[in-house]
Design a protein. Structure first.
Lengths: 324, 318
């Protein structure tokens, strides 16, 4: 096992898949000459050239609409949204076109495309550039939404996403590119639509993903020092949602905390809590608690921004509350 | 054009007219649901245009798509079955009037979000450029679609990257009920292409021969130069925007004046004047089209509803 950063993991996945399949090309703002605003595609332009690493105008409809068209006629585009917030400019394509076309035309063609999008707060970018709107996108049948929390999962899931014949929104977190983790040597993929127990425990089940995983693992370490072993289940894919490891864990712990970076109202946590009540009501020993972002547009000021975002201390407190 | 081709185009135009006349009746009878937009009056546009393409050229259009579907070679049976939402429609009854497609005929839909299919057309051309072929994407849209952002993003990228797209604006004078001059800063739509340094042209859309010739010339340019082209085709829809349009925005005299220039009537007269066909021969063609539509209605009505399992099929490919 080699220890690499999230950035390297994503970069390796892109490069390996481009080398494997000539139909794979990248398009987006500053992906080429600049090397990617988060340096994920650094060196790609020199290696693959302008045709396979396409610098686009700042025009999200042309980027995502163009990727849809290219995918319909048999290519495998990986379109990049510099931030997921710019995805709102292309909302029609992400939620109203890509998820519908295969179904609406009776399966006549497929859409083998990936939209890579960088989301999340914590970088003092102000309210319009700091959102975690994952739940909105996960609302739509026909789209698959993947959001990894470790380098190993990021690499394996992105490789699967590029090979998939469905439109996939792949959400990365702006503050996690330097996160390091062990990655298997050589070729591997990780299936889309499978949740995973990232840490075994027995008292409380924490359900989370992406940035929430990073925070939850830290919380789990702190709680362990106090003798509280929690189990952490990572969703990895928001749609299709795999509830099996969650329900299995919950039947053991009978208590749960759901951690997400997005807003609490109508969020990912709302869905998870409902599903636990629907699928394992007889096992509920305590109210399930949601840890999420405060219901405000994210402010620029660092102290205020951090106060709005979920923190490790919020998770440890929630676990203790769940145990009462 | 050879005689046989001219007669075939005449047949196609009459076939579209008859299909939609019967479609309107079936809609009134409650057998066709949703929105339905008739192409009556505009038949010469897609008929002349599609006749000029190579079979490998892709076609994508907006929601006024029944005629385009027939011109691309989709059978009247399948179009009628899709209108009735039957399992034998091209999209198994899951697309309906606004979403006619058969990719085996290089007809890629039928798209119902105004302007939304323009960047997708750009994407087809990106795919073909990437594959290294010289296929052309023919993208049809209405005048109303040229005022929305998609249009500008799509045209800008097509010219910047040198993509083979023939942009075809069917200017039928109204975006729903709003006259072009009330919605567009520039009423001569072709001039919008100038802003992107894109070659453009304009042609009378009531004359199928002129449309065919203009389309041939435009397609030759796109194929040879590897550059996009915007062709504005002026036309008029004789019916409302969709079924159930009260048509308060235009006067009956205006509609009547345009109807005197019926594209089928104009072509009929040309064929007789140039002695390409006798009246008897044209009458026979019309009877043949009528018969095909009668059979298509029978086929569609006798076809089964989609199976309940279809509700959950084709959501994902994997």
């Amino acid at each position: 096992m080699a220890k690499i950063t999230m950035r390297e993991a994503i970069s390796q996945a892109l490069m390996e898949e481009k080398d494997r399949d000539p139909a794979v090309f990248i398009m987006g703002e500053e992906v080429g000459v600049w090397g990617g605003t988060y340096a994920v595609t650094k060196g790609f332009y020199d290696k693959y050239g302008a045709m396979r690493v396409k610098d686009t105008p700042i025009a999200e409809n042309a980027i995502i609409g163009g990727a849809i068209g290219a995918a319909m006629v048999g290519q495998r585009p990986v379109a990049e949204l510099m931030t997921i917030n710019f995805g709102f400019s292309a909302m029609d394509y992400i939620v109203n076109q890509a998820p519908k076309l295969h179904y609406m035309f009776g399966g006549q063609f497929t859409l083998p495309m990936v939209i890579r999008a960088v989301g999340g707060g914590g970088r003092q970018l102000g309210a319009t550039h700091s959102q975690t709107p994952d739940a909105i996108f996960a609302h739509f049948p026909g789209l698959k939404v993947v959001s990894p929390g470790t380098p190993e999962d990021a690499k394996g899931l992105l490789k699967s996403a590029i090979r998939s014949n469905d439109p996939i929104l792949f959400i990365e977190h702006a503050t996690m590119y330097q996160v390091r983790g062990e990655v298997p040597e050589g070729e591997y993929t990780i299936p889309i639509g499978k949740s995973k127990v990232q840490r075994a425990g027995k008292y409380v089940t924490i359900v989370t993903y992406c940035k929430g995983l990073e925070l939850s693992m830290k919380a789990a370490d702190e709680l362990a020092k106090q003798g509280i072993e929690v189990e952490v289940v990572d969703l990895r894919t928001l749609r299709p949602l795999d509830m099996e490891p969650i329900i299995e864990s919950f039947k053991k712990t009978n208590r749960a905390v759901v951690v997400e970076e997005g807003w609490k109202s109508y969020g990912v946590g709302s869905e998870i809590v409902s599903r636990i009540y629907e699928e394992a009501f007889d096992y509920v020993d305590a109210p399930i608690i949601r840890v999420a972002q405060k219901e405000v547009p994210l402010p620029y000021n660092r102290t205020l921004e951090q106060a709005a975002l979920p923190q490790v201390a919020d998770i440890t407190a929630a676990v203790k509350e769940a145990l009462q | 054009m050879k005689k046989e081709q001219q007669l075939d185009l005449y047949y196609q135009m009459v076939l579209i007219r008859r299909l939609e006349e019967r479609g309107a009746e079936l809609y009134q009878a409650g057998k066709i649901g949703g929105f339905m937009h008739l192409y009556i009056g505009q038949e010469a546009v897609s008929t002349g245009l599609i006749a000029a393409r190579e079979p490998r050229d892709r076609v994508i259009t907006a929601y006024r798509d029944h005629g385009v579907a027939l011109n691309c070679g989709i059978s009247a049976n399948e179009v009628m079955a899709e209108l009735l939402g039957k399992a034998t429609g091209m999209s198994k009854g899951k697309g309906g009037s606004m979403h006619m497609a058969d990719t085996s005929k290089n007809m890629w839909g039928g798209h119902a979000i105004v302007g939304g299919h323009l960047p997708i057309a750009t994407g087809f051309a990106i795919g073909d450029q990437y594959a290294g072929n010289d296929n052309i994407t023919i993208c049809m849209f209405g005048d109303g679609a040229t005022n929305i952002g998609y249009f500008h993003e799509a045209l800008n990228l097509a010219k910047t990257w040198g993509l083979r797209v023939l942009w075809v604006c069917e200017n039928n004078q109204y975006g729903m009920g709003t006259a072009v001059g009330r919605a567009s800063a520039v009423t001569e739509i072709r001039r919008k292409a100038d802003g992107y340094g894109m070659k453009n042209g304009q042609v009378d859309g009531m004359d199928v021969t002129k449309v065919y010739e203009a389309a041939k010339e435009a397609l030759d340019y796109v194929r040879k130069e590897g550059q996009p082209y915007l062709l504005e085709i002026d036309t008029y829809r004789f019916r409302g925007h969709s079924m159930g349009d009260p048509e308060r925005y235009r006067k009956a005299e205006e509609v009547k004046k345009w109807q005197e220039n019926d594209p089928i009537g104009i072509f009929n007269k040309q064929l007789l004047d140039k002695k390409v066909a006798t009246k008897k021969a044209l009458d026979e063609i019309e009877a043949r089209a009528e018969e095909e539509i009668v059979k298509a209605v029978e086929f569609a009505e006798a076809s089964p509803e989609p199976a309940m399992e279809e509700l959950y099929s084709d959501i994902y490919a994997d």
